[in-house]
Design a protein around this ligand. Structure first.
Ligand code: SF4
Length: 417
């Protein structure tokens, strides 16, 4: 039975969900930001990995969850191991099993995708680093053709497909993204496509700079001409509410020791990894700068950088309608990206939510709100509500006052990537 290196599991603090971080990769992306790409971790068979996963989840949640994300590094390197892992997860009752991959091995081996589907894989997130062969080879060391073939095979299977690309100024820009979008549209124009901004602080080699908002918007415009389900977001392989990022997460190591880790711990991991190619001082300096620079991240999800406005119902700010923006996941229900509500004086977030539920059906209420027997209404854990750019949880929750001209943004969690 073959073994693979397991760096750690990550457990969600939001709802039962587990990530498997496997080590090793067949690509050598210059801008890689994952220490797991190198060999390392504890070598385990798929059965041993599943046993430790089960124990980690029982210890932390008291049960085994139903959602798993298999990531790395590159999880597809050992087919026998991956198929056994997916089969084992399915046998333990997992309903959503997501593979995050560069797709290369799936394109080389014709039977890999059908076997993964049969094993129980439900979703695959494939990174397309570049479309052009020369760019792809220069950046990853390998051809793009198997990756593109993998996308065709996944689309033809019953596995849900999501594709992502990192925007890298001077390397993968709107023109390259247009080629990827054209290719994807030729396969299936309804495929989900996410464009993430390059983050040099995390990169093994600082091959380029962060893109500007204008560059990201341009790439989005180009991609959406071909793909109605294109979005721009930031790269992330855990889960974050967006924004602000989740400050801590639960890491369980293969020996089952548990640590609640935060940005400082992540910085230390990256520092020791990057110290192979950069000085510690320069990484620390960049990290500090990056940690405070959420402007692009916020702009990408439409959050204003300005602090919450102190609305004044008697002044000019309280006279206009309230604007409400919906996340992509609710557009099917609302049939619109945003709406306006006329307010007769001050109201509360709770009343706004009730008006939205009345306007958009019980399905909206069931999807977004928890209503308990005592008529207490809260926002479901999979959504965040922001008033003028500030999470209502840091204000007065559902009792937060709202005035005309205010802006409410409902966001759903971003995961994977
Ligand atoms: S970015 Fe992903 S595919 Fe590229 S080397 Fe790093 S882990 Fe491998």
């Amino acid at each position: 039975m073959t073994k693979r290196g397991l760096q750690y599991f990550t457990l969600s603090e939001i709802e039962p969900r587990i990530w498997f971080m496997l080590t090793g990769c067949n690509f050598h992306c210059k801008g890689c930001f994952r220490p797991a790409r190198d060999e390392g971790g504890t070598k385990l068979t798929a059965e041993e990995t599943l046993e430790r996963m089960e124990q980690a989840c029982l210890n932390y949640y008291g049960k085994v969850p139903t959602e798993a994300m298999i990531t790395g590094g590159e999880p597809t390197l050992d087919k026998e191991y991956l198929l056994s892992l997916v089969r084992g997860l399915k046998a333990k009752g997992f309903k959503k099993i997501v593979l995050m991959t560069n797709g290369y091995a799936l394109g080389l081996d014709e039977s890999y995708v059908p076997e993964l589907e049969e094993a129980g894989l439900t979703e695959a997130h494939v990174d397309v680093k570049a479309f052009s062969e020369d760019v792809h080879k220069w950046y990853t060391g390998e051809s793009s053709k198997p990756v593109l073939r993998a996308i065709e095979r996944l689309d033809a299977s019953g596995i849900k497909l999501v594709v992502q690309t990192v925007y890298m100024p001077g390397i993968v820009e709107a023109q390259e993204i247009e080629k990827i979008a054209q290719f994807l549209a030729s396969v299936n124009r309804d495929v989900g496509y996410r464009i993430n901004p390059f983050a040099p602080i995390f990169a093994y080699e600082r091959v380029t700079r962060r893109p500007t908002l204008a560059e990201m918007e341009r790439a989005y415009e180009v991609a959406s001409q071909y793909l109605p389900n294109a979005i721009i977001s930031r790269s992330c392989y855990r889960e974050y509410p967006t924004p602000p990022p989740q400050k801590t997460w639960i890491t369980v190591y293969p020996d089952l020791t548990v640590k609640r880790r935060g940005m400082e711990d992540q910085r230390e991991d990256r520092l020791s990894w990057l110290s192979e190619v950069k000085s510690r001082e320069s990484v620390v300096k960049d990290w500090r700068k990056e940690e405070w620079d959420f402007s692009l991240r916020r702009s990408l999800v439409g959050i204003s950088e300005s602090p919450a406005r102190q609305s004044d119902p008697k002044g000019e700010t309280g006279q206009g309608p309230l604007k409400v923006k919906f996340p992509h996941s609710l557009h099917g229900l609302t049939k619109t990206q945003e709406t306006e509500l006329d307010l007769d004086g001050a109201t509360t977030v709770r009343e706004v939510m009730e008006r939205l539920a009345a306007k958009y059906s019980d399905k909206f209420r069931d999807t977004v709100l928890n209503v308990d027997k005592g008529d207490l209404i809260t926002i479901k854990r999979s959504f965040n509500v922001y008033l003028n750019g500030v999470d209502i949880e840091s204000l007065q929750g559902m009792k937060t006052e709202v005035y005309g001209n205010d802006e409410i943004i409902i966001l759903s969690w971003v995961s994977g990537g």
